[in-house]
Design a protein around this ligand. Structure first.
Ligand code: PEP
Ligand code: MN
Length: 285
């Protein structure tokens, strides 16, 4: 397939300039529109307890988040690491959503789980490790929930777009793409954030593109600068891991932000967007 773009029938920018992807909470009157305003998705890597999730949800809402994230089925490298709370976690996420009004997104690992997980959440996440799980892509394509599709750590941008094409080809047009860092020889960071992915994808597709600085950086200290870069390069939003008490997190604790740090991230990203707006009309090429 290589760099062959000709079969990108539905995701290609040739079809339309820009898609707006609406994500709304089923029980509440709140909505996020990806592709319109800069969106912040925040929350823990994993749902661990009701208290941790609800406290985090309240804190991130207060700091400016538009959506809550939280994993309940975790794709862990080791089978002995915390695997997530499953259904119990979904019920906790739903409760956090009802309390805060934030729509929720969670990762789905198995095609057999898509249907029932979709009953609980407002957006389904396909993780980096499953970006080319084609039966899973087809299954979320058949669901009526918007999909957050993360780039595989070894996948090209064209691979990512063909994975999105699988979802659209099943009738689900509501896909948001996410750059979350790729594997390179560099190992100071967990992954290398491919910041050029954002403007490149924007040239190729009408789908919104967000950035995950948490899984790219792998380190708390680097998350905010990478989020700033995402805002500057034209991303449609950010998904970031926040924990009420990062040192106690059961997964990805080194990259978790405190709610206070997340608040600072939001202020920074919005300041960058505002500064860019002031020069927008001076664009010559
Ligand atoms: C996540 O967002 O919880 C996650 C596992 O990310 P990724 O699939 O990008 O590694
Ligand atoms: Mn994580």
């Amino acid at each position: 397939m290589g760099n062959d773009l000709k079969d990108l029938r539905l995701v290609s920018k040739k079809n339309r300039e820009k898609s707006l992807i609406h994500v709304s909470s089923s029980s509440l009157n709140s909505e996020v529109v990806f592709g319109k305003d800069f969106a912040f998705i925040a929350g823990p890597c994993s749902v661990e307890t009701e208290e941790q999730t609800i406290q985090t949800a309240i804190a991130v809402k207060e700091a400016g988040a538009h959506m809550l994230r939280g994993g309940v089925f975790k794709p862990r490298t080791s089978p002995y690491s915390f695997q997530g709370l499953g259904l119990k976690g979904l019920k906790i996420l739903k409760k956090a959503s009802e309390i805060t009004g934030l729509p929720i997104v969670t990762e789905v690992l198995d095609p057999r789980d898509v249907h029932w997980i979709a009953e609980y959440v407002d957006m389904l996440q396909i993780g980096a490790r499953n970006m080319q799980n084609f039966s899973l892509l087809r299954e979320v394509g058949k669901s009526n929930k918007p999909v957050l599709l993360k780039r595989g750590m070894n996948s090209t941008l064209v691979d990512l777009l063909y994975s999105a094409e699988y979802i659209l080809s099943e009738g689900n047009n509501n896909v948001v793409l996410c750059e979350r860092g790729i594997r390179t020889f560099e190992n100071y960071t967990r992954n290398t954030l491919d910041i050029s992915a954002v403007p490149s994808l924007k040239e190729l597709t009408h789908l919104p593109v967000i950035v995950d600085p948490s899984h790219a950086a792998g380190k708390n200290s680097l998350v905010i600068p990478l989020a700033q870069a995402a805002a500057a390069v034209g991303a449609d939003g950010i998904i970031v891991e926040v924990h009420i008490c990062p040192e106690k997190a059961l997964s990805d604790k080194d990259q978790a932000l405190t709610p206070q740090q997340f608040k600072y991230l939001v202020e920074n990203a919005l300041a960058i967007k505002k500064a860019l707006k002031n020069v927008e009309n001076k664009k010559i090429i």
